[in-house]
Design a protein around this ligand. Structure first.
Ligand SMILES: [Zn+2]
Length: 185
């Protein structure tokens, strides 16, 4: 990770504070920590979600924002239903803000995807009216099952169908008008 950061710092201005995004010279790489109180060190970075996107759009140069929630993975390794649900609610909050931003502009592509399934949580039985779900875990490790991908905005149809995960970055780069810098492995 440190090697990646030092390599990035040769090409980008690296900042670790959202407040610095608007004033730092481009091209810019912002590495923002999880918000205080998040369940995970890799949770969404903002405490006040709408304010998080403003510094990026204010640059006027376009941006790629990557938001991860690691706790869905960590809690699933522990077969911790409450942990998974709490992480999903945080992620849902982040997505609400991002989708509202994108819908209000019309020029922003949003892609939502997991890098893998963890532990295979399944709803075996349940009752919507009673708010009851019986959950079962298949395992406590990473699985090779397919994961869904959701895309919204211009370019979204490019992400339909069955994709190798390496295609996602490549297609994002193509949509940006440039080519991925490394060949398929
Ligand atoms: Zn994991």
């Amino acid at each position: 990770m440190r090697d990646a950061e030092s390599a990035a710092s040769a090409r980008f201005t690296v900042v670790r504070d959202a407040a610095a995004v608007a004033t730092a010279p481009a091209p810019l790489l912002a590495l923002l920590p999880a918000r205080p109180g998040s369940r995970s060190a890799h949770g969404p970075p903002w405490r006040s979600p709408p304010a998080a996107l403003l510094p990026f759009s204010a640059t006027g140069a376009g941006f790629l924002l990557v938001v991860e929630h690691e706790e869905t993975d960590e809690a699933a390794h522990d077969n911790d239903v409450d942990g998974v649900v709490a992480a999903m609610l945080e992620l849902d909050e982040a997505l609400r803000v991002i989708l509202e931003y994108a819908a209000g502009r019309g020029d922003t592509l949003v892609v939502v995807v997991a890098d893998h399934d963890t532990a295979g949580m399944a709803v075996a039985h349940g009752d919507f009216d009673d708010g009851i779900a019986e959950l079962r875990w298949l395992d406590d490790g990473h699985l090779a099952t397919w994961v869904p991908l959701f895309a919204f905005g211009p370019g979204a149809p490019r992400f339909a169908g069955v994709l190798d995960n390496t295609e996602i970055g490549r297609r994002l780069a193509e949509l940006r008008g440039s080519r991925a810098s490394h060949p398929a492995s």
